[in-house]
Design a protein around this ligand. Structure first.
Ligand SMILES: Cc1cc2nc3c(=O)[nH]c(=O)nc-3n(C[C@H](O)[C@H](O)[C@H](O)COP(=O)(O)O)c2cc1C
Length: 244
């Protein structure tokens, strides 16, 4: 049981090719229960999940995310960092809302929401389903918020597609522990010495079962990070009421 659990985690891979079969309600209910059973900072439960079943909305989200597979999986959930409910609690108790507009509140809600999503993802993988996060919805947060009727103090962080895999990629080798797990103090030498990992990834990219390329992790990552991503996130967060 223990071995199987760790094996399951090691074999994680994002699935982008799903059978077009909706998930049954009891399965979705179990996945939602898994999502809501995670830890929560100060038990604020600062997260909401929107299951998108309307094909029109789903298509629009998939288009925004440039992720066609988001249209086809058995279910599609959007995970929302949510301080709105807590703002209403404060108001109802006659208190000022201002404290929940802080960066700390935003972080709390992002962490809570991410924990619940990964709980759901792991639960789905444990019952043989495939998952893929869809951060691409942040390509146009304003449009996503309009589509989903999101109130102030909320941020749609990512979608999660879940379904029956039609095909799977090979699992991607992770960075060796020595590069990112340290003893007592951060070790800058180990952190930045990625030559060994580059070799592993060069081999993986060249031989993987789809989309083989000639590159390594630091080259690919550096190319990606050269352009700063999604500059309209900060203005959006301000618009949602957070003090950034
Ligand atoms: C928050 C988050 C957002 C992501 N967004 C997307 C996305 O929009 N589209 C996509 O195809 N994959 C997306 N992914 C999947 C990553 O590309 C994937 O996890 C990473 O390449 C590692 O591959 P693996 O999950 O197969 O191990 C996302 C992953 C995370 C954690």
């Amino acid at each position: 049981m223990k071995d199987e659990f760790f094996k399951l985690m090691e074999q994680h891979v994002s699935v982008r090719n799903f059978k077009e079969e909706p998930l049954e309600k009891d399965i979705k209910d179990q996945l939602l229960m898994a999502a809501y059973s995670g830890s929560s900072s100060n038990f604020l439960q600062a997260t909401s999940i929107i299951e998108v079943t309307d094909p029109k909305i789903r298509n629009q989200l998939a288009t925004i995310a440039r992720a066609p597979h988001a249209q086809k999986s058995g279910a599609f959930f959007v995970f929302v960092a949510d301080m709105y409910r807590l703002a209403k609690v404060l108001e109802q108790k006659g208190n000022a809302v201002k404290p929940i507009t802080s960066m700390e509140s935003l972080m709390v809600s992002i962490v809570d929401t991410t924990i619940s999503a990964e709980n759901m993802a792991l639960a789905a993988e444990a019952i043989g389903l495939g998952i893929c996060y869809i951060g691409g919805i942040r390509n146009d947060l304003t449009k996503v918020s309009t589509l989903l009727d999101l109130p102030k103090y909320t941020v749609p962080l990512f979608g999660l597609t879940i379904g029956i895999p039609k095909s799977k990629n090979d699992p991607k080798p992770r960075m060796p522990l020595k590069n990112h797990v340290f003893n007592n103090r951060y070790n800058t030498n180990l952190s930045r010495n990625l030559a060994g990992y580059d070799e592993t990834m060069r081999d993986y990219y060249a031989h993987r079962n789809s989309n083989s390329i000639t590159s390594d992790w630091t080259t690919k990552t550096s190319d990606f990070l050269t352009n700063s991503q999604r500059p309209d996130i900060a203005p959006f967060l301000r618009h949602q009421g957070f003090e950034i």
